[in-house]
Design a protein around this ligand. Structure first.
Ligand SMILES: *[C@@H]1O[C@H](CO)[C@@H](O)[C@H](O)[C@H]1NC(C)=O
Ligand SMILES: *[C@@H]1O[C@H](CO)[C@@H](O)[C@H](O)[C@H]1NC(C)=O
Ligand SMILES: *[C@@H]1O[C@H](CO)[C@@H](O)[C@H](O)[C@H]1NC(C)=O
Ligand SMILES: *[C@@H]1O[C@H](CO)[C@@H](O)[C@H](O)[C@H]1NC(C)=O
Ligand SMILES: *[C@@H]1O[C@H](CO)[C@@H](O)[C@H](O)[C@H]1NC(C)=O
Ligand SMILES: [Cu+2]
Length: 586
């Protein structure tokens, strides 16, 4: 137990603290290469705030502590499952370094774009962060900034304004499917009893093609190319692969190895499950163990027990697992790609072990029947009646405005099979970020309908009724907010709201196939906020719109000069380099 560090208590001062790492026992190589270790205060630099007495959206603490990180993005060959391919990596590693902070700290990440052969722009998004005092730091090219040109550096600075488990990723084309992803943990109040925090469990579907080739397949007239399958599935960047199952000539090594997690008998362990993949809906389970769900995304929940957790792309779930009392064996941890996603090898395994050292042989345990059933049959999140936020908030019963949104898929005028929202397949213009145009007073682009911007003016709340006439389920993500999830299901919405006085809040929720999703936001964050499907291939082919929230207030935001400078730099770069934007750009 550490004493809350003084730096955390020096409110008002700006203590500079090196990035740090409080999971020394994590049996995961990628975290060992993280930043130097200085202890995070186990106490509460967020003061008397706790889960139940604080509306986190209105009143984040200010600790005065800055957590600094330095990221260099470049290309590198890696073989996480034994099969070698080119990655886009941060500081030479995949997954990227762990970002860790306390609630109310300032996170500062300096990004060096060293992408070459070919060169590409980039930009990093901090998933789930509200950015209420730094809307321009959301990291979405064409929306909140111009891309960081090759050879350039850009520093992101933002408040750790919510707490829990999340991740960060490139939002430039489908670059994150090429490897630019990493976990982000913000320590905050938690009234659950937990003995051991085992840190992030990053789950990623994995492709043996380089990401740009995949985008070329996705932006196509050929449905078979669009429905390209992932080759494998990884837990914390690891899994085995049978090299004889591919005819590709890349170097390939069998038995690359899997992740492992040490359980201490009788203790309660926290696992922070994060789906940081490109396409796959994931199912998570541990043989012989029941889990207690304690939060979804950045929202603490009333605890409930389950044997299987469903995570679509972008979603996070924190679970507590009570270790068995007199156990010395080992058990399979499973992340399996659900039947509604596209893959050749759905099963990622890791080992949970109780002995002093990890066992030489893999566990022989069998999955829960509920897990196998869920893999085959449930392409939706848990029922909304189960997922109830601890801190209750009642959304406006009658929203100021309701926007209907119809998802669709079909050929454009030249036969490319694209996704669309209300008939528009989104396409970004990297040179004209919507937020920065709005800050200059320009909210209309009559020549560019494919920018798909919805200006909601000063409406105090907006409800979205999203309907899906196709079989595919979509993880719908809204930036800048935790959306109220009022209803989700198959067929047509009958107007019923689950827990109208305290509906689920989170930042990604599954829109089921042949179904609907009804979400609502409170307009408490003037900005330009992406609302999109988090499947990398779907946003690449247009399943995207921008929520323009309170433009009259955007005009008054004090946007730092570096944002305009980055656009001048991007403009200069594109003046003498061709940018190959074959997809929507995001
Ligand atoms: C290699 O595998 C791909 C896909 O599995 C298949 O389409 C192709 O025909 C195979 N090529 C050879 C030479 O076997
Ligand atoms: C899902 O599972 C069912 C039942 O096993 C099977 O018939 C169906 O083809 C599967 N669907 C996909 C997309 O794999
Ligand atoms: C159809 O989509 C493709 C891919 O985005 C694009 O290159 C093409 O210009 C589009 N066609 C029309 C007529 O907009
Ligand atoms: C606003 O920006 C768009 C895109 O650059 C441009 O086409 C339009 O003319 C601008 N409107 C005004 C009033 O400047
Ligand atoms: C609310 O949003 C709608 C749709 O964009 C817009 O037409 C209306 O003017 C907005 N109302 C206010 C008060 O801004
Ligand atoms: Cu989608």
């Amino acid at each position: 137990m550490q004493i809350p560090t003084l730096v955390g208590l020096l409110l008002g001062s700006t203590a500079q603290v090196a990035a740090q790492f409080s999971y020394p026992n994590l049996p995961v190589d990628f975290l060992r290469t993280s930043a130097p270790v200085t202890p995070l205060p186990n106490g509460a630099p967020w003061g008397p705030r706790n889960v139940m007495n604080t509306n986190a959206y209105d009143d984040p603490p200010k600790t005065g502590v800055i957590r600094t990180y330095d990221f260099t993005i470049a290309r590198k060959n890696l073989a996480p499952d034994g099969f070698t391919r080119e990655f886009l990596v941060i500081n030479g590693q995949f997954p990227g370094p762990l970002i860790e902070a306390n609630w109310g700290d300032t996170i500062q990440v300096t990004v060096h774009n060293q992408l070459s052969n070919p060169e590409e722009g980039t930009a990093l998004h901090w998933h789930g962060i509200l950015q209420k005092t730094s809307q321009w730091m959301d990291g979405v090219p064409a929306i909140s900034q111009c891309p960081i040109p090759p050879g350039s550096t850009f520093t992101y600075t933002f408040t750790a304004d919510l707490y829990g488990s999340s991740w960060y990723h490139s939002h430039y084309s489908a670059q994150y499917a090429g490897g630019i992803v990493g976990p982000m943990i913000i320590h905050g109040p938690d009234d659950n009893k937990c003995d051991i925090d085992l840190g992030p469990v990053l789950i990623t579907d994995h492709y043996h093609e380089e990401y740009f080739k995949l985008v070329e397949m996705v932006i196509s007239k050929d449905l078979d190319a669009i429905r390209h399958k992932s080759d494998n599935n990884l837990i914390n960047g690891k899994n085995n692969f049978d090299c004889s199952s591919t005819n590709r000539t890349n170097p390939c090594r069998n038995n690359a190895g899997i992740s492992s997690f040490k359980f201490t008998p009788g203790k309660t362990h926290k696992l922070r499950l994060i789906n940081a993949g490109a396409e796959a809906l994931q199912k998570f389970s541990i043989d012989g163990h029941t889990m207690t769900v304690i939060s979804n995304d950045f929202v603490p929940l009333k605890p409930y027990n389950t044997k299987v957790v469903t995570l679509h792309v972008g979603q996070r779930t924190d679970v507590l697992v009570h270790a068995r009392k007199h156990e010395t064996g080992s058990f399979n941890m499973r992340a399996t790609i659900a039947n509604c996603s596209l893959t050749l090898n759905p099963n990622a395994l890791a080992t949970v072990y109780y002995g002093r050292t990890r066992p030489r042989n893999p566990p022989t345990t069998t999955p829960w029947p509920e897990f196998l059933d869920s893999v085959l049959n449930q392409c939706a999140n848990d029922d909304l009646s189960l997922t109830v936020p601890k801190y209750p908030i009642r959304p406006a019963p009658v929203p100021a405005f309701t926007q209907d949104v119809a998802v669709n898929f079909g050929p454009n005028a030249t036969g490319f099979l694209l996704w669309s929202l209300n008939g528009v397949s989104f396409r970004a213009n990297y040179n004209n970020p919507i937020l920065l145009l709005s800050n200059l007073g320009n909210n209309s682009y009559p020549d560019d309908p494919e920018w798909n911007v919805y200006n909601f003016g000063s409406n105090s709340s907006v409800r979205f009724v999203i309907v899906n006439p196709k079989i595919a389920a979509h993880p719908i993500h809204l930036h800048g907010h935790n959306m109220f999830v009022l209803a989700a299901g198959k067929g047509t919405w009958d107007g019923t709201i689950t827990h109208p006085n305290n509906p689920l809040r989170r930042d990604v929720h599954i829109l089921p196939g042949f179904g609907y999703l009804v979400i609502q936001m409170k307009s408490d964050n003037p900005g330009a906020w992406p609302l999109h499907c988090h499947i990398a291939w779907h946003v690449s082919s247009g399943l995207y719109l921008t929520v323009l929230e309170r433009p009259d207030d955007i005009k008054n935001l004090q946007v730092p000069a570096i944002m305009a400078q980055t656009c001048r730099d991007w403009s200069a770069y594109t003046g003498n380099h061709i940018v190959e934007q074959i997809d929507s750009g995001l």
